[in-house]
Design a protein around this ligand. Structure first.
Ligand code: ADP
Length: 605
């Protein structure tokens, strides 16, 4: 077989392979791809008709319909490829919108292409067999070459003008045409029977497969998803900030307003009333901050479930008391039904369990104007597992069907206009759901808009056999008698110093206050003695932890040091204890906590 025909066959196989890979892989919708698709199909078509052209001309020296048609179609194939390449050059060398350039050039070139193809079809053509090599010649062959030469000249000029294209790999197919075209001309000059036009066109088309921009679409898709997620997270953070600043402002407004009023008020009764309002607002503020802490802990996977032994009956009794306080003056009936077969002792995280129920009960109170709210606790026991089924029902405003799915998403609040006067952050249910999940439980909602809602939580807890319970050391409630004991308070914030000192003064404790770790060290170095040191951590230059470590190195130092800090995220308490602090109190100071610490360290002395 003629060497040219072998090349032709190989080109056909390779072109088919490239086409299979190209069409299988997802592509971007670019003009380059559009043109490349055309080039690929045209080059396959050329390989297919190149073979019969050769054999026909060789086997049928006399003109017939096929020998008339096929060689002309072959010329049209060359022309199609050249026209498509011109489109490609136009696109890569233009700096404006590719699509517009393509559409404009298509409008001009396509009719031109049709006219030229028509001329090729009607112009006369000759072919002859010379020493086994077949040659086609005649006006249409010359015409095709002239048209192609003009196109190639245009590519050349275009690339020279837009020389920047040389810096990109996009010019490689065009340069290949020049280089391979020259090589082909030399080879065919030596042996005209070697037909290389079709393989050359296929080869250049194959090269182009590697030069057209086809980024990995899968990667792009993944990147886009990641980008969307990042944008969503960013938006959530912005929403969070605006939501928080609003929520924080509300209690702050009350604290600020009532404080101003107290300063001008003489009547002690009114002052007490307003102080109570300040306390409520502070409590509210603390709840917001705790909510933020909880959600950030949950999101950072830092929230731990700490299982301890507890008495469920006491927990639910506490819940009832709390809810009654929440209902306050509101004319709501509170229906309570707690299972009588509740085990005496359970093992689980009762603090979080309580938080879940409090969130649901608080919402029921908040979103119910009249009627009732109910707390229903039932149990299902199996072996040593007790499933607590806590159901909180209300006859309140209810939730629209379309909002049920969004209910557990943070910052989602519904019927904003209707609920304008009801405080909330939209964090409660998001936290509740996460807590339930962390405790391997389930939460379901059933709500009818305008009629009421029913939230049911099911959580498994371990039953602890009463007989197994080691009776807890009954702490003898010591009467607090710490009068005249000496406490050193270390805090860089003057207000915090004042608050701590004032709270301690109610126990008739003597206090000294210093506003830095350095001053604390100085006091000890000077030989002052104390019964207890309350130490803030986040102080400039010398932190509480650093001060503590230095204190520990002081010979003979044995004063108990308690961390008193606003650094209240999960694990912090354990951290401070690990460092060696004797105990930990979080700010704002809970009076009960302070009393516990005072009893622990001062009473015994
Ligand atoms: P918050 O109450 O702080 O706004 P939550 O996450 O607890 O946040 O609740 C989200 C939203 O779900 C509330 O704003 C309210 O629109 C709706 N919702 C929650 N509980 C109830 C309920 N018992 N009845 C009606 N709507 C409720």
């Amino acid at each position: 077989m003629n060497i040219g025909i072998s090349f032709n066959f190989s080109a056909l196989i390779f072109s088919l392979l490239v086409a299979a890979v190209y069409f299988y892989k997802p592509r971007i919708a670019s003009m380059e791809n559009k043109i490349y698709k055309g080039l690929l199909l045209v080059s396959i078509f050329g390989c297919i008709i190149g073979v019969p052209t050769y054999f026909l001309v060789k086997s049928y020296p006399e003109m017939n319909f096929l020998t008339f048609l096929i060689p002309r179609v072959y010329l049209c194939y060359i022309l199609s490829w050249v026209f498509l390449m011109t489109q490609y050059v136009l696109i890569i060398s233009s700096s404006t919108n590719e699509k517009k350039v393509y559409q404009k050039s298509f409008k001009i070139f396509f009719p031109l292409y049709l006219i030229i193809s028509f001329i090729i079809m009607i112009l006369p053509m000759e072919y002859h067999n010379e020493n086994g090599a077949v040659f086609t010649s005649g006006p249409n062959v010359i015409f095709t070459y002239i048209v192609s030469a003009f196109h190639i000249l245009y590519w050349f000029i275009s690339l020279i003008i837009n020389y920047k294209v040389f810096k990109t790999k996009k010019c490689i197919p065009i340069i290949s045409v020049f280089v391979l075209g020259t090589i082909m001309a030399i080879i065919q000059g030596i042996d005209p029977s070697i037909r290389l036009m079709t393989p050359m066109i296929s080869f250049i088309t194959m090269i182009m497969y590697f030069t057209i921009e086809n980024p990995d679409l899968k990667l792009i898709k993944e990147l886009n998803i990641a980008k969307e997620q990042a944008e969503k997270a960013n938006k959530a953070k912005t929403d969070f900030l605006s939501s928080m600043s609003h929520e924080i402002r509300t209690p702050l407004n009350a604290i600020d307003g009532f404080s101003q009023l107290i300063l001008e008020e003489e009547d002690i009764k009114v002052i007490k009333e307003e102080a109570r309002d300040i306390m409520n607002a502070s409590q509210n503020l603390l709840e917001i901050v705790n909510g933020i802490l909880d959600i950030s802990k949950i999101e950072a996977n830092k929230l731990e479930i700490i299982d301890v032994l507890y008495e469920p009956e006491k927990v639910f009794a506490d819940l009832v008391k709390l809810t009654k306080a929440r209902i306050g003056e509101k004319s709501l009936e509170f229906r309570v039904n707690i299972a009588e077969d509740l085990p005496d002792y359970l093992n689980g995280d009762y603090v979080r369990l309580k938080q879940i129920a409090v969130n649901l009960l608080t919402n029921a109170v908040k979103y119910t104007k009249k009627g009732y709210i109910s707390l229903n606790v039932s149990v299902v026991k199996k072996d040593d597992i007790c499933r607590l089924i806590i159901s909180v029902k209300d006859s309140g405003i209810g939730i629209k069907k379309e909002n049920i799915n969004k209910l557990f998403t943070k910052f989602e609040r519904f019927d904003i206009e209707k609920n304008m006067t009801i405080e909330g952050t939209g964090l409660g249910l998001a936290i509740t759901k996460k807590l339930v999940e962390l405790m391997n439980g389930k939460i379901v909602v059933d709500s009818t808009y305008g009629k009421g809602s029913n939230f049911t939580v099911a959580i498994d807890q371990k039953i602890v056999n009463k007989t197994k319970v080691v009776p807890a050391k009954v702490e003898v409630v010591k009467k607090i008698n710490i009068k005249n004991k000496k406490v050193l308070i270390v805090d860089d914030n003057l207000i915090n110093l004042k608050v701590a000192a004032r709270l301690l003064s109610t126990y008739k404790v003597k206090t000294e206050e210093v506003s830095s770790g350095f001053d604390c060290l100085k006091k000890i170095e000077e030989g002052n003695t104390y019964d207890l040191i309350l130490m803030d951590d986040m102080m400039p230059k010398l932190s509480g932890v650093e001060t503590f470590k230095k204190l520990k190195k002081t010979p003979g130092f044995d004063i108990p040091v308690v961390a008193l800090t606003a650094n209240a995220i999960t694990g912090m308490k354990e951290n401070y204890l690990k460092i060696g602090f004797n105990d930990y109190i979080s700010k704002p100071i809970d009076k009960k906590e302070l009393e516990r610490v005072l009893k622990k360290f001062l009473n015994s002395k």
